[in-house]
Design a protein around this ligand. Structure first.
Ligand code: KE4
Length: 426
């Protein structure tokens, strides 16, 4: 028995599913999860000292690679001053200034501890500011696990949100309307029917929780126009895309200005950080200034702020890093598509910048329905094979691959060799 298997056997007895977040359980690929002991650069090392090229990067935060020296050193130094004070600190002001400087749409920002908390708070703020209750989300987009957003996928464009989790009362989701990603008509239907009740539209500007689905030309612009027409707020959930597609995220990449933006992952440099922010007139409704209550013991934690600020500062000071990352990612994902074509597989590769997904379907993937045509068993076989070859992919067809600056050409070449080896083995 491997150490990972032994640890998993223990873990399942005392942690639900043996993990602290469901996707880590490897259930959708029918495998035992690897228990990771350490990481460095583009590599993970599990408890059995197996080395893996990591394409998860902690689900996005590790854009500089694991154990980046300046980030680590800054955290170690910050720890010597104390871990948490529950009081205002200068470093929180520094983080807020940095976010406002990097994102023109953000005049005011509040730090929280996760993407879920950021989204939950942004939605409450939008509802408080507009005095409206309904929100529109898109089937296949994930915005964390707050009650109001756990809505049954595809629960019908015209029906009220149906809870997609036990423990979520209908009352929590009845104001959540589902629309189809990349389908403006499905959004217009809601606005035509109850536009004056809609507080906000929340969207992943690149949908990265049903694989990777880029916005079609005009989709984001159409959302912006509909929100302006009906007085609803446009919320960009940039927990994944924020500081990944570029220093100004998807809003910079696509040139669309949201009213509120949520962040997570990269903003924390690997530590638990989320944030939400936007126009001053909207954010001034947040307590203690306004009537929207939101709080957090560890919000703006000085160690987490240190890690986040160090990582963001490196990215801000090196715009060439994004050019380098996105250029090598474009090449990498195109080469995967070339391998599939050469070996006669009709599968699809979607990618935007360093985010990508290999879909085991011959259907162009533009939304949840088309994503779901993927052969998840075929994906599981591929994923398990790659794991055996030392390539650690997200253990689900409906997650993204995350490249980092630590993924050298040599590392990417090795990965492509393994992918080719998989698809040309008969
Ligand atoms: P967290 O609460 O997990 O920090 O963030 C929730 C969230 C919000 N918005 C978007 C667009 C997200 O992708 C996420 C979380 N992403 C998943 C990966 N698909 C986290 C992985 C996990 O749940 O373990």
């Amino acid at each position: 028995m491997t150490k990972s298997e032994a640890l998993f056997q223990e873990a399942v007895k005392i942690i639900p599913g043996g993990v602290n977040s469901p996707v880590r359980a490897f259930r959708s690929i029918g495998a035992t999860p690897k228990f990771i002991k350490s990481a460095k650069g583009a590599y993970l090392f599990d408890e059995d000292n197996n080395q893996y090229i990591d394409y998860i990067g902690s689900w996005g935060p590790m854009i500089l690679g694991h154990g980046q020296k300046e980030v680590l050193d800054s955290v170690v130094d910050a720890c010597k001053c104390g871990l948490s004070f529950g009081a205002a600190t200068g470093i929180e002001v520094e983080m807020a200034k940095l976010v406002c400087e990097l994102l023109p749409s953000i005049e005011m920002v509040r730090m929280v501890n996760s993407g879920t908390e950021a989204v939950m708070s942004a939605i409450r703020t939008a509802r408080g500011f507009t005095r409206r209750s309904k929100i529109i989300k898109f089937t296949g987009c994930y915005h964390g696990h707050s009650d109001g957003l756990l809505v049954k996928a595809g629960s019908g464009v015209m029906t009220e949100g149906i809870p997609d989790s036990l423990g979520v009362p209908l009352g929590c989701t009845q104001d959540t309307l589902s629309a189809n990603y990349n389908d403006l008509d499905s959004v217009k239907e809601h606005f035509h029917r109850c536009g004056e009740e809609i507080a906000a539209v929340i969207v992943e500007p690149v949908a990265a929780n049903m694989g990777v689905v880029p916005p079609l030309q005009g989709f984001l612009e159409g959302l912006r126009d509909l929100c302006d027409t009906y007085g609803a707020l446009l919320i960009f959930d940039e927990v994944i895309t924020g500081f990944r597609l570029g220093i100004d995220g998807a809003q910079g990449y696509y040139g669309i200005t949201p009213d509120l933006t949520t962040f997570g992952k990269i903003i924390g440099g690997g530590m638990p950080v989320g944030a939400y922010g936007g126009k001053r007139e909207i954010m001034e409704i947040v307590a203690p200034l306004g009537g929207v209550y939101q709080a957090g013991t560890l919000s703006g934690n000085p160690i987490a702020m240190t890690a986040g600020i160090t990582q963001l500062t490196i990215l801000k000071e090196h715009p060439e890093y994004y050019l380098e990352l996105n250029k090598k990612a474009d090449k990498f994902y195109k080469k995967i598509q070339d391998i599939l074509q050469k070996e006669g597989y009709p599968y699809k590769v979607n990618h935007v910048g360093s985010l990508g997904c290999l879909y085991f379907t011959e259907t162009e993937v533009i939304d949840y329905e088309s994503a779901k045509t993927s052969d998840t068993k075929a994906f599981a076989n591929y994923c398990n094979y790659m794991m055996e070859q030392g390539i650690y992919l997200a253990p689900s067809q409906f997650e993204a691959m995350f490249l980092s600056l630590a993924h050298t050409d040599e590392i990417l070449e090795k990965t492509l060799e393994m992918i080719e080896q998989y698809f040309c083995r008969k």
